[in-house]
Design a protein around this ligand. Structure first.
Ligand code: HAM
Length: 427
């Protein structure tokens, strides 16, 4: 006899999603898709792997994600590819390749791969829902993108999500600020946490992003980018904040918010879920990027977008105690058949064609065994067909959510069963 082989597990930091939990995933994706549609976005699908250069040049070789977290591989044709760690660079690569009419508004749902230290809310494969708009730097678009995200979190039941906002300025005013920040950090580098005490010069802005108490203490007393951006960037930022106010969307200016990728300029934002621990409380984040298209070989084109982690939203819902379903994935009927007559398969198909969510038992199991499955299935009604029903051209209908059951009074003509169920479903 052959020995049973040890079963495989999903890789560390990844997870499977099965029903009934998957109904929440479907619900989130459907809600996002519908919302994106209402805001004038269309779905974009791009490959899950790209030439590694899309990310070297896109998200920046100095970013933590690129340096420590990328899944890079060489294929059989000796090409260097990377699994996508985020959605934006791939979408911009597709924009540069296809040159669609601008403004181009695209939404996506995608897995993203980052070699992180796995913990609650931080995975090696997570899923993102996101949008990107390319071809305009109108602050109205920044407001729309933020409003889309803001409303989405409300729509999926989250009420304790705060919008944090900042401006990264553009390349020139940011470079001037980095010099001022560098002078400050040079004076105070002894007070920074180990990693930044020596390494701050490599990317001084990263120190602002550090959550370590010592770094927070130093940087919160230092110069802030928002106070050093040029007049144009300031006007752009004020227009965004004013636009949000006009829509009744509260935002908190967060001068130390710099975000993890090198491509950001001007508006940057994050949505923090207060119900989650501070290390993993970002349920979404994004911002404007004005040089990414050029980095990827296109003409200078301004863009803005955001991405939101599906797992984080679901964790935040649990932490806020939200239990409302987002999509009904309950079965309407479960067909229990002890005749194995071919007409039952026809009935099942008729029900499904008529839009009634229907399942049935297989393998000619006993009535008792089939009823057990029907009870577990979550269906509203069981439709029972035994030899008696078959001979009489009838079906016995049992409400699975009620204890009252009188078989004699629950018979429905086979020819009327579809309309009867449809009628009951509208009640
Ligand atoms: P990000 O902030 O790196 O931005 O990721 C977006 C969201 O994905 C985060 O706010 C978080 O909800 C979720 N997330 C990120 N990493 C993980 C992880 N390891 N495990 C679970 N969830 C995670 C971006 O990716 C940018 N592409 C957003 C953007 C779009 N910027 C402009 N356009």
């Amino acid at each position: 006899m052959s020995e049973q082989l040890p079963p495989f597990q999903a890789p560390t930091g990844t997870h499977d999603v099965l029903g009934p939990d998957s109904a929440l995933w479907e619900g989130l994706i459907a809600t996002f898709a519908q919302r994106a549609y209402r805001y004038g976005f269309s779905l974009v699908m791009t490959p899950i792997f790209e030439d590694v250069g899309v990310f070297t040049r896109g998200i920046g070789e100095e970013s933590d994600v690129f340096r420590n977290e990328m899944y890079v591989f060489t294929d059989r044709g000796e090409r260097r590819y990377a699994l996508r760690p985020e959605g934006t660079a791939s979408v911009v690569r597709a924009f540069v390749q296809h040159q669609p009419t601008t403004p181009w508004k695209a939404w996506y749902v995608t897995p993203a791969f980052r070699y992180e230290r796995p913990q609650a809310g931080r995975y090696r494969q997570h899923y993102q829902l996101g949008v990107e708009v390319l071809g305009t730097d109108d602050p109205t678009v920044d407001v729309e993108v933020i409003a889309l995200a803001h409303g989405f979190f409300r729509e999926v039941g989250l009420s304790r999500v705060r919008l944090l906002i900042n401006s990264m300025g553009h390349a020139t005013c940011r470079a001037a600020y980095v010099e001022i920040l560098s002078e400050y950090l040079d004076e105070h580098h002894d007070e920074l946490r180990d990693e930044h005490r020596e390494g701050w010069r490599q990317n001084p802005l990263r120190v602002l992003d550090c959550k370590n108490e010592a770094c927070v203490e130093v940087t919160s007393k230092g110069p802030m980018l928002i106070d050093h951006i040029c007049d144009d960037c300031r006007a752009h930022f004020d227009a965004v904040v004013g636009g949000l106010e006009a829509l009744g969307i509260e935002s908190t200016l967060t001068p130390r918010l710099v975000r993890g990728f090198d491509y950001y300029s001007r508006t940057t934002f994050e949505f923090a879920a207060d119900a989650l621990g501070s290390a993993q409380n970002a349920v979404g984040g994004g911002g404007r990027y004005d040089t990414l298209t050029e980095q990827l070989g296109g003409k200078p084109t301004s863009g803005i977008g955001f991405g939101s982690g599906v797992e984080r939203i679901l964790l935040a819902r649990v932490a806020e105690g939200v239990t409302t379903p987002l999509l009904n994935r309950d079965l309407d009927v479960f067909v229990v058949d002890t005749t194995n007559d071919v007409s039952v398969a026809t009935l099942v198909e008729e029900l499904r064609v008529a839009g009634i969510a229907t399942d049935r038992a297989y393998d000619q199991r006993s009535m008792k065994a089939q009823m057990k499955v029907a009870d577990k299935s979550g269906a509203r009604w069981a439709l029972l067909i035994g030899p008696e029903e078959l001979a009489a051209g009838e079906v016995t209908m049992k409400d699975l959510r009620s204890d009252d059951f009188n078989p004699a009074q629950s018979r429905v003509a086979r020819s009327e069963i579809v309309s009867t169920v449809q009628e009951l479903l509208t009640k």
